[in-house]
Design a protein around this ligand. Structure first.
Ligand SMILES: Cc1cc2nc3c(=O)[nH]c(=O)nc-3n(C[C@H](O)[C@H](O)[C@H](O)COP(=O)(O)OP(=O)(O)OC[C@H]3O[C@@H](n4cnc5c(N)ncnc54)[C@H](O)[C@@H]3O)c2cc1C
Length: 486
C-alpha cells in the first residue's frame, strides 16, 4: 500500500466517479454504467446541465471522416500534433448520430457541407446536424441517467484529486458538501468533466486578458476547478489561448445575475462609444468566435489601459420605444434565458428604473452622469447623424442601412462588458480521453472529456464543442469502466 492509499479515509466508493454533470459527464456516466460498473456523479450546482444545457444546439459532424481529419488539422494551426486524436475526433463525431439515437436523442441532418471556414482543406466534409436545443438534449440524457439509477450528488464541489505519489494514478477525489469535505474512492477511474473557466477572473487574467472581466453566456458554475485539479496532478495544459467570445453584453444585469446579457441588435439608432466618447468599432459586426485582434480588447501600451473597456451603448428616445434592447435572437438561449432571469420590459423602462440604463435630457447631461467625455460623445452622435444623412458606410465599415438618427431626447447610455461563450483550455488528452502529463505520459485512471481541455486550440468550428463533449464523454466512460480495480 502506498502513502496516498494509507492516508485517506474513504467515505464512499464507486467504480467510476464522474465530476461535473454536463453533457460530457452525463454521457460518461451512462457509458460506464452500461459497461456494468458502479458510477457516482458529482455536480457543484444544485442542478445538472452546465454549458450543455445552454447550447443553441447545432452540431457540425463529419460526413466524410478522412476529409474531416484534414479540416480539423487545418483548424488546429499546429496546436494538436497527435494524429490519432484527430482521427478519433473525426470518427467519434461521425458516429455520434447513431450513438445518440440509441439514447433517444434524435439527430437530424439539416444540410450537407456547411463548414465555417470553406477555404480550409476538407471543409466540404462537414455536415450540419440538429438535435434540438442543448437544454432538450440534456433533458433526455438526464432521463437516461435517472432511468439507470445512477446517483447524483448535487450542490457538491469536487475539490482535489487523490493521486498515488508513486504511480501517479488517480485513486479518488475529495469533495465538499455543506462545508464538509469527504473522500470518495474510485476503484477504476475518475472522469473530470467540470467544463471550462468561463466564470473565473483569475484564470482569465493568467491566460487571456489580464484585468478584463469576461462574463459567461453559459453557466456561472464553470470556474476552472478542473483546470486547477488537473494541474495539481501534473496534467499538461493546452489550448488556453482559445476563448470563444459572444459579444458585448449589458453590464448591469450581468453583475446582478453573474451571467451575460448579450446585445444582439445590428441595426438601429445606436452607437457604441468608449470613455472618451469615441466610437471604436462597427456596431453591426458579430464578435462570436472571432480570432483576429478585436477593437474591444485592444490594449494601448502607452496609456497602459484597454481604452475600449468599459464601453457604452448610446441611443435616443426613438430607439427606446422601438422594443426591448435585450432579446435573444436566432434561437439563442444562454444561462439567463434557461434560468428565467431574462425578463426585459418592452419599452426598456424597467431597466432604466433598475439603473442598468442611464437617462438624461441632453448629451452633456448623459456624459456627466456616466463619466463619458462630453465633447467626444457629441462629436460621435453628430457624426452618426451626418453619416446617416449621407447614406454611406462609415469609417468603421458599418453599413449605411444599419444606421438610424440619434436626435430625439431624452438620451440613454448602458454600460457594456465583454461576454464569452466558452473556453477551450485545460489538460491535454489522448484519443481515449486519458489525461496526459507534460511528458506525454498517461496519468493513470484520469479522464478529461468535454470543453475542459477541448481539441480546439486555435480556430473553432461552430457546432463542435457540444458533440465533442458528448462523444468524448462516452469514450471516457467506456474506457474508465475497463480499468482494473485497484
Ligand atoms: C450559450 C452557449 C451556447 C452554445 N452553443 C453551442 C452549440 O450550439 N453547439 C455546440 O457544439 N456547442 C455549443 N456550445 C458549447 C457547448 O455547449 C459546451 O462546450 C459543451 O456542452 C460543454 O460540455 P461539458 O460537459 O464539457 O461542460 P458543461 O456542460 O459546462 O458541464 C460542466 C459541469 O461541471 C460542473 N462543475 C464545475 N466545477 C465543478 C466541480 N468543482 N465539481 C463538480 N461539478 C463541477 C458545472 O456546474 C457543470 O454542470 C455553447 C456554449 C454556450 C455557453
Amino acid at each position: 500500500m502506498t502513502a496516498a492509499q494509507a492516508d485517506v479515509t474513504w467515505e464512499r466508493v464507486a467504480d467510476v466517479v464522474v465530476l461535473g454533470y454536463g453533457g460530457a459527464g452525463a454521457c460518461a456516466a451512462i457509458a460506464a454504467h452500461d459497461a456494468g460498473v458502479k458510477v457516482l456523479l458529482i455536480e457543484k450546482a444544485p442542478f445538472g446541465g452546465g454549458n450543455t444545457a445552454c447550447a443553441l444546439g447545432p452540431m457540425r459532424l463529419p460526413g466524410d471522416v478522412a476529409g474531416a481529419v484534414k479540416y480539423y488539422q487545418a483548424l488546429s494551426f499546429g496546436t494538436v500534433a497527435d494524429e490519432d486524436l484527430i482521427w478519433a475526433l473525426a470518427e467519434a463525431l461521425h458516429d455520434l448520430p447513431g450513438k445518440l439515437d440509441a439514447l433517444g436523442v434524435p439527430l437530424k441532418l439539416v444540410s450537407k457541407g456547411s463548414a465555417m471556414f470553406p477555404t480550409l482543406p476538407g471543409a466540404e466534409a462537414l455536415d450540419h446536424w440538429m438535435a434540438g436545443t442543448g437544454n432538450k438534449v440534456f433533458e433526455i440524457l438526464a432521463q437516461n441517467v435517472e432511468k439507470r439509477g445512477i446517483p447524483v450528488l448535487y450542490g457538491t464541489r469536487a475539490r482535489k484529486l487523490v493521486q498515488d505519489p508513486a504511480t501517479k494514478a488517480v485513486l479518488g477525489v475529495v469533495i465538499e458538501k455543506d462545508g464538509k469535505e469527504e473522500a470518495i474512492r474510485a476503484n477504476r477511474g475518475v472522469i473530470l468533466s467540470t467544463g471550462g473557466y468561463e466564470n473565473d477572473p483569475q484564470l482569465q487574467g493568467y491566460y487571456n486578458f489580464p484585468g478584463v472581466r469576461l462574463y459567461p453566456f453559459g453557466t456561472p458554475y464553470n470556474t476552472g476547478d478542473g483546470v486547477r485539479m488537473a494541474a495539481a496532478v501534473g496534467a499538461d495544459p493546452w489550448h488556453f489561448v482559445n476563448v470563444a467570445f459572444m459579444g458585448l453584453s449589458f453590464k448591469g444585469p450581468a453583475d446582478q445575475y453573474g451571467c451575460a446579457f448579450p446585445f444582439q441588435k445590428t441595426r438601429g439608432g445606436f452607437i457604441f462609444v468608449n470613455k472618451t466618447g469615441r466610437r471604436f468599432m462597427n456596431e453591426a459586426k458579430r464578435l462570436t468566435f472571432r480570432k483576429e485582434p478585436l477593437e474591444v480588447t485592444y490594449f494601448d501600451h502607452e496609456a497602459a489601459c484597454y481604452p475600449n473597456l468599459p464601453c457604452y451603448l448610446i441611443f435616443d428616445e426613438t430607439q427606446r420605444l422601438k422594443g426591448p434592447l435585450y432579446r435573444m435572437t436566432g434561437g439563442m438561449v444562454g444561462y439567463a434565458s434557461i434560468r428565467g432571469f431574462d425578463d426585459w420590459s418592452e419599452d426598456n423602462s424597467a431597466e432604466i428604473a433598475k439603473g442598468w440604463i442611464i437617462k438624461a435630457n441632453t448629451l452633456e447631461e448623459l456624459a456627466a452622469r456616466t463619466g463619458i467625455d462630453p465633447t467626444g460623445l457629441k462629436q460621435s452622435v453628430g457624426q452618426n447623424n451626418k453619416d446617416h444623412s449621407a447614406q454611406a458606410d462609415d469609417a468603421f465599415g458599418r453599413p449605411a442601412d444599419s444606421r438610424r438618427l440619434i436626435v430625439t431626447p431624452p438620451y440613454y447610455a448602458a454600460e457594456f462588458c465583454l461576454s464569452i461563450v466558452n473556453t477551450q483550455g485545460g489538460p491535454r488528452h489522448n484519443r481515449f480521453a486519458q489525461t496526459l502529463d507534460t511528458e506525454g505520459n498517461i496519468i493513470p485512471r484520469l479522464y478529461t472529456p468535454g470543453e475542459l481541455g477541448s481539441f480546439f486550440g486555435h480556430l473553432y468550428q461552430g457546432g463542435s464543442n457540444l458533440p465533442e463533449a458528448l462523444a468524448f464523454g462516452r469514450i471516457a466512460g467506456e474506457c474508465a469502466a475497463k480499468e482494473k480495480p485497484w
